[in-house]
Design a protein around this ligand. Structure first.
Ligand code: AMP
Length: 193
């Protein structure tokens, strides 16, 4: 089973992706985690993208597509995967389609976590306070910019998956367990259809 999770920054995609990984024994792939790993190891790529991550802008499509294309071919992704943070632009979605066609694989579910953005900003602020801003992009100005980037560059992908009949909307403002239940119900409903 292959899943894409969409939702603005702070919507809880990571939390839900970890649960899906555990419940369905499929691999979570968070491009944000992969990129932060590059930055913290100060790799060649990490040094190149550090400022981009801090600003809330997107890393160039070519870099991300290469990372994902290589990762999806690993053995732990063969049973299924959850894409958390990818695709984020129309060209990324097109590149994903091309890879999947090449490998004779497909996306089974596309889930969007819908949230109230004012509440989201409060959530991010408290995450920054609790973690002592462990993430350098966890502050209000950068979050507002990341929301803008989501609306301008990522949300335009949704109609594409909607037109394929794959998109399901979930209320991301509910408590974490209730969101998980909604996601699981969505997966089960489609499996039964
Ligand atoms: P996230 O943890 O998914 O919120 O991602 C953190 C940051 O990593 C984003 O603000 C971007 O700078 C970068 N990033 C993550 N995924 C992508 C992607 N698919 N395309 C471009 N940049 C990305």
């Amino acid at each position: 089973m292959n899943i894409i999770l969409f939702g603005p920054p702070g919507a809880g995609k990571g939390t839900q992706a970890v649960r899906l990984q555990k419940n369905h024994k499929i691999r979570q792939l968070s491009t944000g985690d992969m990129l932060r790993g590059e930055v913290s190891s100060q790799s060649f790529l990490g040094k190149r993208i550090e400022d981009i991550l801090d600003s809330g802008e997107l890393v160039p499509d070519g870099i991300i597509v290469e990372l994902i294309e290589s990762r999806l071919q690993d053995s732990d992704c063969q049973k299924g995967f959850i894409l958390d943070g990818f695709p984020r632009t129309v060209p990324q979605a097109e590149a994903l389609d091309e890879m999947l066609v090449k490998w004779n694989r497909h996306i089974d579910h596309v889930i969007v976590l819908e949230v109230d953005e004012n509440i989201l900003i409060e959530r991010i602020k408290s995450r920054a306070d609790e973690s002592g801003a462990a993430r350098s992009d966890d502050n209000e100005d950068v979050l507002r910019h990341r929301l803008e980037v989501y609306h301008n560059q990522t949300a335009p992908i949704l109609p594409y998956y909607e037109s394929k009949g794959l998109l399901r909307r979930v209320d991301g403002m509910k408590p974490i367990d209730a969101v998980t239940e909604q996601i699981e119900a969505t997966l089960a409903a489609k499996a039964a259809a």
